[in-house]
Design a binder for this molecule. Structure first.
Ligand code: PRP
Ligand code: URA
Length: 206
């Protein structure tokens, strides 16, 4: 498994403001939107293309167009913040939803919802901003594989080394595109330094 850490200065700028405890939900959602756009662009770098001719007002030239369907699958709830940016970039995308929630006591995620389109031959992009223990991502990837996903990548905002390792063990062929790999998890399985609970920061819940 490869982990691609964004090298774009804008990604680091946005991430720093997202981390700030003083950033309120309205601003957090804006920052999350823009950072998701950067990460989704990077995560779709290997989508298949084909050559096509195009005629400009002056002459004919060679060009390229997307030749592979894309499916985006957010993990509810925080992953929803990465869906609209994906739809803006790729209006023809197919969308699936996976509902997973970590237990507050064990940090083990349980599945409460799954609705997926046909994934065969598509470039499948799993989006979830936090890769902490990796339990949610590994479960989500298993569901996607069971529904026929072959080419599968994940975009996350912050990844923990523990989550990267767990996902690599469970799904070695899934590449991760992330803004940062943070230091470690704390004893409650939150990412350090992290930014707290992404869903709560997005929606103002506690
Ligand atoms: C968060 C996050 C991931 C998960 C990551 O969701 O959005 O889905 O935790 O943790 P893991 O790698 O240890 O599994 P959470 O369960 O808090 O649900 P929410 O998005 O509904 O708040
Ligand atoms: N989920 C979050 O939202 N934040 C973390 O730090 C870990 C899991």
């Amino acid at each position: 498994m490869a982990v691609h850490v964004s090298r774009h200065p804008l990604a680091r700028h946005l991430l720093t403001e997202l981390r700030d405890v003083a950033t309120e939900p309205a601003r957090f959602r804006q920052l999350a939107w823009t950072l998701s756009t950067v990460l989704i662009l990077e995560a779709t770098e290997h989508i298949a293309t084909q050559d096509r001719k195009v005629t400009t007002p002056l002459e004919e030239t060679s060009g390229s167009c997307l030749a592979q369907g894309l499916a985006v699958v957010p993990v509810l709830r925080a992953g929803l913040s990465m869906l609209e940016p994906a739809l803006q970039l790729f209006p023809d995308v197919a969308v699936g939803y996976i509902g997973l929630e970590r237990s507050h006591t064990t940090a083990v995620a349980h599945s409460y919802y799954c609705k997926l389109p046909d994934l065969k031959d598509r470039y499948v992009l799993l989006v979830d901003p936090m890769l902490a223990t990796g339990g949610s991502a590994a479960q989500a990837c298993s569901l996607l594989r069971a529904h026929g996903a072959t080419k599968l990548v994940m975009a996350s905002v912050i990844s923990a080394p523990e989550g990267v390792e767990a996902l690599a063990n469970a799904h070695p062929d899934v590449d991760v595109y992330t803004a940062v790999v943070d230091r470690q998890l704390n004893d409650k399985k939150y990412i350090l330094p992290g930014l707290g609970d992404y869903g709560d920061r997005l929606y103002g819940t506690h």
